[in-house]
Design a protein around this ligand. Structure first.
Ligand code: PLP
Length: 371
């Protein structure tokens, strides 16, 4: 170890950086191809609505000014949207920022956090960075109807008096699995008052499964509940980095202490507010996702693969061949997906639902690669 490496704070020393989806520009540079498509980061293929774009254009005239560090207008709009007090709303530089702030505010050495096996990869990272102990609860088995999904009872069994946060992604990325109302309620009820439940609803707008709970309405029932949402997925504003948390005002106060004073940028603030009110564009995006998912699942039923049920805008697919091999085969055909070897899923890919045309490209390419 070089001297500088030995200076790294112990919890950070063994952190492996998050591996994001490959950017289109990188693929085209490396493979010398053009006209490629990215179905690797669960982005909305339709892009932002016209209201958000118009708001961005207006706000671009004032970029010399710092953003409103309190995000007053957007927080007020979010509070109205959910029927809660503004004091319950915390804005983040993407909801990823809120996961980091939660870890900074509530975790440290001699505390624990619980998440599920195959959960969103950011949870273990933000926990480890604080020196807290991360505990991975066993997921449902591959033959369960929610294969690889969170098992709320198994998660509850991992909670001790040292547990400060239980991370629940509903639906989960990369598995697409979800938890229905009753099991989630039972998990929250089982938690001691010394444990916060962070329910990450990044794909909320897309979900159309029975008994899916909207936990934003549960705050008064569960004071230790924190709900996160993002504008990166259905709202198609991933590039502007904006998300929010709903919580008890005391939790929001803690997050506000560790938050950078200007953690959310001025274009994100106005675009998010405009998009929150643009129900037609969200409905259009959700419908496009629904039909795209049907298009892909029907076509993949003819291939030697297993497609798992998903409540999000992506599919977990077991291609029954080494993930790197399938991934690279698709790259050569100009299609970027997400291999899941890093999640311990050796033959699985996560594929984002694209436009009808992009989905056709994916279907053809995957057929060619697996032939
Ligand atoms: C994409 C995603 C997020 C957040 O993304 P941001 O762009 O940081 O808002 C959070 N949780 C899950 C489960 C996700 O898939």
């Amino acid at each position: 170890m070089s001297d500088l490496k030995s200076l790294i704070a112990p919890p950070v020393r063994n952190l492996a950086p998050y591996v994001p989806g490959k950017p289109l520009s990188e693929l085209e540079r490396e493979y010398g191809i053009t006209d490629s498509i990215k179905l690797a980061s669960n982005e909305n293929p339709l892009g932002p609505g016209s209201a958000a774009l118009a708001a961005i254009k207006r706000a671009s005239e004032e970029l010399r000014l710092y953003p409103d560090g309190n995000g007053f207008d957007l927080r007020q709009a979010i509070a109205k949207h959910h029927g809660c007090a503004m004091e319950c709303v915390t804005l983040g530089n993407g909801s990823n920022d809120l996961l980091v702030l939660m870890a900074e505010a509530f975790l440290g050495p001699d505390t624990e956090a619980v998440f599920s096996q195959y959960c969103f990869a950011i949870y273990p990272l933000v926990v480890q960075a604080t020196g807290a102990r991360g505990i991975a609860a066993s997921a449902f088995s591959p033959d369960h109807e929610m294969a690889f999904g969170h098992d709320p009872a198994a998660m509850a069994r991992c909670v001790t008096d040292k547990t400060r946060i239980v991370f629940v992604a509903n639906p989960n990325n990369p598995t697409g699995s979800w938890i229905t109302e009753q099991p989630l309620r039972a998990l929250l009820r089982s938690l001691p008052p010394t444990t916060l439940a962070l329910v990450d609803e990044a794909y909320f707008e897309y979900v159309a499964v029975p008994d899916y709970p909207d936990t934003s309405g549960w705050l008064s029932e569960f004071p230790n509940l924190v709900v996160t949402r993002t504008f990166s997925k259905a709202h198609a504003l991933a590039g502007l980095r904006i998300g929010y948390a709903l919580s008890h005002p005391d939790v929001a106060d803690a997050l506000n202490r560790v938050r950078q004073p200007f953690n959310v940028n001025s274009l994100g603030l106005v675009a998010a507010q405009a998009s929150l009110g643009d129900r037609a564009h969200i409905a259009h995006s959700v419908e496009s996702n629904r039909s795209g998912m049907l298009q892909i699942t029907q076509a993949l039923a003819r291939l030697p693969v297993r497609v798992f049920p998903s409540a999000g805008n992506f599919l977990l697919v077991d291609c029954r061949k080494p993930a790197a091999q399938v991934y690279e085969g698709l790259l050569r055909l100009g299609v970027i997906v997400r291999p899941l070897t890093g999640y311990g899923l050796a033959t699985h890919q996560r594929i984002t639902i694209g436009t009808a045309q992009q989905n056709e490209r994916l279907i053809d390419a995957l057929g060619a690669v697996l032939r």
